[in-house]
Design a protein around this ligand. Structure first.
Ligand code: KDG
Length: 316
């Protein structure tokens, strides 16, 4: 196993998307999903060496997920196949034009039983960045222990650790999440959160004070995702804001992961915080402007495609 630019781990899911209310039945389309593999795919599309580790079922659904990751150039040497447990499913119900509902079928899945031993070899191979999401520790006690162990080990080895809070209310309560994620954030150099997630890793209150408390405890950068209002980066040098690119929103699921990947890509390329933030909102815009968690994300030569974009453009 060779070193990656970014190593991430978690649960990859098969997402089944409906065009309307699920109770009405009808066609579902099948996609690869999962916050961490979304980040890995986004980074691989930009030419970074991105490794994803996790457990996939030994059946066709696990094979589907693995093929998708391979096709996108994600390094999958550390993937473990589970002959017994299923790959988790996520139904994404387009309940109304602007309202999507999630239903998970992931309890007892292969991905949920990730453990420390799965991460030893990939982490020993090294990476510049270890990227964590707050979803993995919500999956099971062993996945929680693996996340904490990886954060500790990577930070002790001098790797840059990034943590996207990614609170999922269908997996655990806010109090349960806070008890795990606040200590985890102490290992992170970069913390990424929506404004309503900051209190899960730091103190409650306005963004500025929650971010200041995280910076005081040694976090280098706090990124706050603001949806259609763009994103802010808090560092010890002050605060930066990047507006969202003006695009027609088709599907916002996956936009946060795209933003995270864009920011990390900027860091890997040696951009400053403003340049990395700009790349973050650029990737977020690509995710929002197309269907699927990651399918519409850009290759490196497409990064400027949405700059000066006009509705209805045809590039000839
Ligand atoms: O950010 C999109 C992800 O949330 C989605 O792909 C599924 O990881 C996921 C989850 O557990 O909710």
């Amino acid at each position: 196993m060779t070193a990656a630019d970014v190593l991430t781990f978690g649960e990859s899911l098969v997402s089944l998307r409906s065009a309307g209310p699920l109770v009405g039945g009808g066609a579902l389309t099948m996609h690869l999903a999962g916050a961490e593999c979304n980040v890995a795919v986004a980074l691989a599309r930009l030419g970074h060496r991105a490794a994803w580790v996790g457990r996939l079922s030994g059946d066709e659904l696990g094979e589907f997920a693995l093929r998708q990751l391979r096709a996108e150039g994600v390094l999958v040497d550390g993937v473990v196949r589970d002959p017994v447990r299923p790959t988790g499913l996520m139904f994404l119900e387009r309940r109304a034009a602007d309202v999507t509902r999630v239903q998970y079928h992931r309890a007892g899945s292969a991905g949920s039983v990730l453990c420390v031993d799965d991460l030893r070899t990939p982490l020993a191979a090294g990476a510049r960045v270890l990227h964590l999401s707050g979803i993995t520790p919500a999956l099971s006690p062993s996945a929680r222990a693996a996340t904490v162990w990886a954060a500790e080990t990577a930070s002790a080895a001098g790797m840059l650790v990034s943590l996207d809070v990614n609170y999922r209310g269908r997996l655990w309560t806010r109090d349960e999440a806070r008890a795990v994620l606040a200590p985890l954030a102490r290992y992170a150099s970069i913390v990424i959160a929506s404004a309503d997630e900051l209190d899960l890793v730091g103190e409650a209150g306005p963004d500025e004070s929650a971010a200041a408390a995280l910076l005081d405890q040694g976090v280098g950068t706090v990124l706050v995702k603001l949806g259609a209002a763009g994103a802010r980066a808090y560092t010890t040098d002050g605060v930066l804001h990047a507006g969202a690119l003006a695009v027609t929103a088709i599907d916002t699921v996956g936009a946060g992961d795209a933003f995270t990947a864009g920011y990390l890509s900027g860091v890997l390329d040696g951009l400053d915080a403003a340049g990395s933030l700009r790349r973050g909102v650029t990737l977020g815009a690509f995710a929002v402007a197309s269907g699927g968690d990651w399918e519409g994300l850009p290759r490196r030569d497409e990064l400027a495609l949405l700059d000066g974009y006009e509705a209805g453009s045809t590039i000839r």
